[in-house]
Design a protein around this ligand. Structure first.
Ligand SMILES: Nc1ncnc2c1ncn2[C@@H]1O[C@H](COP(=O)(O)OP(=O)(O)OP(=O)(O)O)[C@@H](O)[C@H]1O
Length: 269
């Protein structure tokens, strides 16, 4: 059996205490194994720990101020063979973050205001390799924008000329441009028009699958994941309450939260 892309063993993740706030355990005892090529959905209600787990799994935990940095305090978590509990630094961290694409929740608002969409999407290519061919970059940008159902001409626009849903799709293109081995996308369809939410997730899954790459897609909306994911993980108050294919999880709800999900989902299916 090949090495897993992500291996969580009874992992517990905590925000440290600061000033008047005590430490807060956002994820507790999560065990999960994601194989190469799998597309996994991470589902759960608001505050269930999805973003915390996603941020830590994408090795982004240390990018904010210390008091808001979630830490692994129990169990183990490794991604692409790197032990995140032990900590990854220097060149190893570079290698890890090259392999992991991360789309944070508010990524559409993080586009640089005076860069064209083409420049923003291509930027990671040139940050990695200053001599990357302009022609190849343009081609890759155009292909991705097209795959994400963005009209011709989007490439030459500035972020403020797009709707928030279009900007979100641009952010997805930017997260995919380096062909990440493992994409962690936090609510990638937030703000995206309802009619294209499913298709946008389909594109992410298809692009990753075509390369044998892996994805963890966070969403509170099971409907948008339905067609694209191999399995889902359901978090509730930081604990895994469901794991398997959508049919397996909803067909055998072992937790009231999943039973509620199955009921709501059953009505819409
Ligand atoms: N910096 C922080 N310090 C302390 N607690 C935090 C911090 N960030 C998040 N939390 C808490 O951790 C829990 C999980 O938050 P998280 O953002 O991971 O949930 P989520 O499932 O992604 O929610 P949403 O769907 O609303 O984005 C919440 O109770 C939240 O209040």
């Amino acid at each position: 059996m090949s090495d897993p892309v992500l291996l969580a063993s009874d992992v517990t993740i905590e925000y440290p205490a600061h000033s008047v706030s005590p430490a807060y355990t956002a994820v507790r005892g999560v065990s999960l194994r994601i194989e190469p090529g799998e597309i996994v959905g991470l589902v759960g209600s608001s505050g269930s720990g999805k973003s915390t787990f996603a941020r830590v799994a994408a090795a982004q935990a240390s990018s904010g101020p210390r008091e808001s940095t979630a830490r692994i305090v129990g169990g183990g978590l490794s991604v692409l063979g790197y032990d995140l509990r032990k900590g990854v630094r220097g060149r190893k961290l570079n290698r890890l973050t090259f392999g992991v694409g991360y789309l944070p929740q508010d990524s559409s608002s993080a586009l640089t205001s005076n860069m064209t969409i083409a420049e923003s999407v291509a930027e990671p290519l040139f940050s990695r390799d200053k001599r990357f061919s302009e022609k190849d970059a343009s081609l890759r940008v155009a292909t991705l924008l097209d795959a994400l159902l963005l009209a011709n001409g989007t490439a030459m626009k500035l972020p403020h000329e797009l709707s928030s849903g279009q900007r979100q799709r641009v952010a997805i293109a930017r997260a995919l441009i380096l062909d990440p081995v493992f994409l962690v996308a936090d609510e990638p369809t937030a703000g995206v028009d309802v009619s294209v939410r499913g298709p946008v997730i389909d594109v992410i899954a298809k692009l990753q699958r075509e390369r044998g790459a892996t994805a963890l897609i966070v969403s509170h909306d099971l409907d948008v994941l339905r067609r694209s994911v191999d399995r889902i993980v359901v978090l509730h108050e930081g604990v895994v309450v469901g794991l398997g294919t959508i049919d397996e999880v909803l067909g055998d709800p072992r937790h009231p939260y999943v039973a509620g999900l199955a009921k709501a989902y059953g009505k819409r299916a």
